[in-house]
Design a protein around this ligand. Structure first.
Ligand SMILES: [Zn+2]
Length: 475
């Protein structure tokens, strides 16, 4: 199978030029001004951007949480991703307390066997228990299986939260194995006290979800994780940074070259804490963690993205239906499953409100949604760029295509959309994963199973057969 993409404006994190791309089997084999090649399929990309497929390094498909399970499996979730221009994602394989780490990984591999993905999939290992189930030896082995990042939750006390001892031991193992440590940074102990006090005072509505997790709890835990990682000598990646209190310690780390970086997620750029206060329990749609913050944080986040203090925009796609799942917490905000959808709309929102409104260059946009995730998570330069030898994960993106975002038209199983009714200009037109057309216009062309498990390289290491710089110096 060969594909020729003609006349598009090819934009990577570094480049911006008009050219043709020739794909043989799964990889890009030739790029030129005007290629005169015979191909099985020719795609006219004139007037369109041609960008590397986006990578979402933060998703939770079919994840058990709070007595229910997130409502996208790896088929529906990845179809939704593909329509949004995302061609790879890295999902969190969650160790159940008491479960061994190899068992946890086997459970996640079964999920992608049962509900096969249409885009490529990697796993992070979310460590919740190093006493009953997990061992340091098993943790050391995970990178050999292509699972090269460890995630730890500093919140959700009594469920999946780890203490500083487990966090620190994992960081020490990461320093040995070359894995990247990822943290959900919030002070779970303080939050647990605040939640119990609020409930005792009869404060049960969704808005108390934000009131009991103030920004300082995120800032404190972010700084604590950064300092512990410095002692352990491990690199650190702080997920879903939502507020100035957490940006500041990351800025300090970046200035001092402490090997700590951060991502934010689309929703924190657009949704503020007032969303939780909607009547008739509608506010529960915005119960995700960290919670929506006071609006002024949005400008701090945009600024941090533009100035390279934050390095990635992910989605934390973790969908729970409003009807039947979110309603588990109708009388108690602490029982509302934490999470929201978003995997389909990251490029829509960031392109329209970021690039079109002059907050981000096209190059920076590509870097934030594709190149940097590939570098952090051991997939660059196989993914995250358009170059000879790279996987042909490519999005033909029409900057003028009008889209009205809505749960009526999105492809996730979830019954609401965080950006319902938002109109944007700019959407994927054709989406390819390793040279296979997955989405064309409004049609799903790819079949479940088109996506494969990606064995990722260790942080800062080369992938076999790939060329380029050691990617430690992530932009
Ligand atoms: Zn998450």
């Amino acid at each position: 199978m060969s594909v020729l993409i003609k006349g598009g404006r090819i934009v990577t994190a570094a480049d911006d030029y008009v050219g043709d791309i020739f794909i043989e089997d799964e990889r890009v084999t030739l790029i030129g001004e005007s290629l005169d090649m015979q191909a099985d399929k020719v795609i006219d990309a004139s007037g369109k951007y041609v960008i590397p497929g986006a990578i979402d390094p933060h998703t939770h498909m079919e994840m058990p949480f709070g007595g229910t399970v997130s409502c996208d499996d790896f088929t529906s979730g990845t179809v939704s991703a593909a329509f949004g221009g995302t061609t790879s994602h890295v999902d969190f394989c969650l160790q159940e307390p008491g479960q061994s780490l190899p068992d946890a990984l086997a459970t996640w591999h079964e999920k992608i066997e049962r509900a096969k993905p249409v885009i490529d999939v990697g796993f992070h290992l979310a460590v919740t228990d190093l006493e009953e189930g997990g061992t340091l030896e098993d943790l050391r082995k995970a990178p050999d299986e292509g699972v090269t990042s460890y995630k730890l939750f500093m919140a959700y006390k009594g469920a999946i939260m780890v203490d500083d001892e487990t966090l620190f031991k994992t960081m020490q193992v990461a320093a040995e194995t070359g894995a990247l440590v990822m943290v959900h940074a919030e002070n779970g102990d303080a939050i647990d006290v605040l939640v119990k006090q609020a409930l005792a005072e009869g404060k049960t509505e969704p808005k108390w979800h934000a009131a009991t997790r103030p920004p300082i709890t995120e800032g404190e835990a972010t700084n604590r994780a950064i300092q512990l990682a410095r002692i352990a000598g491990s690199p650190l990646y702080v997920v879903h940074v939502s507020c100035k209190e957490a940006i500041d310690p990351i800025a300090q780390a970046r200035t001092n070259d402490w090997h700590a970086w951060g991502e934010t997620c689309t929703q924190y750029l657009f949704i503020d804490e007032t969303a939780l206060d909607q009547p008739n329990f509608e506010g529960a749609k915005y119960v995700y963690t960290p919670p929506p913050r006071p609006k002024e944080n949005q400008e701090h986040l945009w600024h941090a993205l533009a100035t390279d203090v934050l390095s990635v925009v992910s989605t934390d796609h973790c969908p729970f239906n409003w009807d039947g799942q979110k309603t588990l917490g109708k009388d108690d905000f602490s029982k509302i499953p934490n999470g929201g959808p978003g995997i389909e709309n990251r490029l829509h929102m960031l392109h329209h409100f970021g690039v079109r409104q002059g907050r981000l260059s096209m190059n920076r946009f590509v870097e934030l949604v594709s190149t940097n995730p590939a570098k952090f998570f051991g997939m660059y330069p196989r993914k995250g760029t358009i170059a000879v030898g790279s996987d042909a994960d490519i999005v033909v993106f029409d900057p003028e295509k009008r889209v009205k975002i809505s749960a009526e038209t999105h492809h996730s199983n979830i019954d609401y959309n965080l950006f319902e009714g938002t109109e944007v200009s700019g959407a994927p037109e054709v989406v390819l994963v390793r040279g296979q057309v997955i989405v064309e216009g409004d049609r799903l062309v790819g079949k479940p199973g088109a996506g494969k498990f990606v064995k990722r390289a260790r942080f800062g290491e080369q992938l076999p057969g790939a060329s380029g710089q050691r990617p430690l110096n992530v932009g």
